[in-house]
Design a protein around this ligand. Structure first.
Ligand SMILES: *Cc1c(COP(=O)(O)O)cnc(C)c1O
Length: 234
């Protein structure tokens, strides 16, 4: 099969799995946004994905994304998924529409300041570390309420919801519990802080666990390997 043929069949398979998971969870496929995670994938191949109907692209690094976006041109919506350093915030807000990985009030403040300065409003998610695994990024949930209060009204930032990565385990019940906890936290936070209907997104689910995430209410799944194949080892 040609490379585009492979990509098309992978995409078709993912879409069927999304539909089946939605069916099991009593949800509609339109409620789940597919973000193609294109980190390490060359621009030509990403362009094929866009030609097949992919509209949302996720990247972990500002520099890599900026180079790829220049090669691809206007069209796709870019999502920053990786940890952001404050010295990259200015460059990040030029390209990205969404930031899924806010993990402190400080970095949120920097993103807001830089986006407001260029007349933009970034759609943002707070990334929570629900597993306590120290190698992972994300905000300690104990600090969520104070962080929400600190950033909820910043010009240049629209708080849209929460993101998490499930624990590295084969135990699917543990993964499901993590996703359920994120959903419960979203609802509790929205009510406690009166955040309104904009605060509704749950960015959860990757290649290994997106169906469980959808069953548990995910609105944004971040899929790399199931679409583009395995990445080279880091
Ligand atoms: C790499 C990455 C993904 C995609 O992972 P796959 O297992 O390839 O689907 C999703 N989210 C984040 C934050 C990532 O770093």
């Amino acid at each position: 099969m040609s490379e585009t043929g492979t990509l098309a069949s992978s995409l078709g398979a993912i879409r069927s799995r999304i539909e089946a998971a939605c069916h099991r969870g009593g949800r509609k496929p339109e409620e789940v946004r597919l973000i193609a995670v294109s980190k390490t994938v060359p621009a030509e191949r990403v362009r094929e994905a866009v030609a097949l109907g992919i509209r949302d692209l996720g990247e972990n690094r500002v520099q890599e994304a900026t180079e790829k976006a220049a090669a691809l041109g206007a069209g796709p919506t870019w999502h920053l998924l990786g940890h952001l350093q404050s010295n990259k915030a200015k460059k990040a807000v030029e390209l990205f529409s969404w930031v899924h990985s806010l993990d402190s009030a400080e970095i949120a403040g920097e993103v807001a300041k830089r986006s407001a300065a260029i007349g933009k409003t970034i759609d943002a998610l707070i990334e929570l570390n629900l597993t306590g695994e120290s190698q992972k990024t994300g905000l300690d949930p104990a600090r969520l309420d104070e962080t929400v209060e600190a950033i909820r009204n910043l010009p240049g930032l629209r708080l849209r919801g929460l993101m998490t990565m499930a624990p590295f385990t084969d135990d699917l019940e543990t993964v499901r519990r993590c996703f359920r906890e994120l959903r419960d936290t979203l609802e509790r936070t929205r009510d406690l802080h009166n955040l309104g209907p904009d605060f509704r997104d749950l960015s959860m689910g990757m290649t290994g666990d997106f169906e469980i995430a959808i069953e548990e209410g995910s609105t944004m799944i971040r899929i790399g390997r199931a679409l583009f194949g395995d990445r080279p080892a880091p």
